[in-house]
Design a protein around this ligand. Sequence first.
Ligand code: PA5
Length: 444
Amino acid sequence: MVKVNVDGCSPFVKESQYKDYLSKAMDAFDTLTKGNGAGNDFLGWKHLPSGTPELLVSECEAVRDEWKAKGVNLVVVIGIGGSYLGARCAIDALSHNFSKLLGPGDGNPDVVFAGNNLSEEYLAELMDLVAKRNTACIVISKSGTTTEPAVAFRIVKAYIESNYEDSHERIVAITDAKKGALKTLSTQKGYRTFVVPDDVGGRYSVLTPVGILPIIVAGFNMRAMLAGATRMETALQEKSVENPAVQYAAMRNLLYSKYGKKVEVLVTYNPKFQYLGEWWKQLFGESEGKEGVGIFPASVNNTADLHSMGQFIQEGDRVMFETVVNIEKSNRTVVIGEDPQNLDQLNYLTGKRVEHCNHMAQLGTRLAHIDGGVPQIEVSIEKIDEENLGALFYFFEFACGISAYVLGINPFNQPGVEAYKKNMFALLDKPGYEAESKAIRERL
Ligand code: PA5
């Protein structure tokens, strides 16, 4: 289960103010749980873990088994934003760091991602890989019209259609139940489809087929992830100042509103959690950053980033606080041995686990950053596995809903995402954008 510790903020905030913000967070908790706040038609994610039908999981497992039987060894997952980051985060967190280099592994396909950028080199190099492998594709787009995944899918689809007789069995679409270009195409071509529920926004969709299918196909235990998320769902239903989501939402809003802490840095101490930072940034950034307010979410992956961003965090502009994701136990053990020469002068660590050093680096950094004026919130899980990851996803989603309501913001829309699209369509001369094309060219 996820635990929150806000002691690292005590030197910076008044206890009475924290109590005040806990009470605001409890009101926001009511708004979220009663479903009477802004954006309340997008609350389907709240009961996803407990409400996910067994049939959905077994249908996704059937896709995995069928592709394995065909010898598929590469699955291209196409999607962007909320249609990508949850699966990427989970698969990165759960995979062996060097799985792609270890050679033939456990019989699960390699999963790679596309449609999350418009880099021509990326797509060309993806196709170099696709051409060498036995490939299948999962294309994910709720709207079915997002440019980046549509471009990538057009290219991957053309390859699969020209190279495999069973092409329609190698493409699965995850999209709206009824509408959109991807739904229409899937019906025409006979692709299997899974549904992104109407009442779940992209960044809250990791526990829908958007995350479930890629995570299962990559060989991970989605049942355990859903079980962890369900336990968290149950634990967070209690309206209490002990509720970790209430505590997290209260403290981050207090730091922002009363102490000018406009940047929150999510800090992780395991390379497998790099994409947790990316997923979390989208969740909080897209949920809260609107109407001229919001905490800017940033992330670092330590100890690597202690040798780069560590300088700024220690001594730069005091605008930030940190939320440290603490992993209590490592899944593997490496003990530092003795070296008779001791030229590196590390013999004082003989017999110590590397994880002990990692924890001491984390503790030392915590104290240094607090001394340097950076408040610390700690979010702890026991270890990196499916169950804890499911709990962590649900925790952050629930806390984000509460936090945005404390801020007075609708957590479930993203009107600002449209501005770049409008300009890009105008510049690409998309039909229907003639007036915008003319106007934008006059500005150049
Ligand atoms: O959170 C969101 O809503 C966005 O990040 C979307 O997920 C993203 O823009 C992709 O949209 P779609 O799934 O419609 O292609």
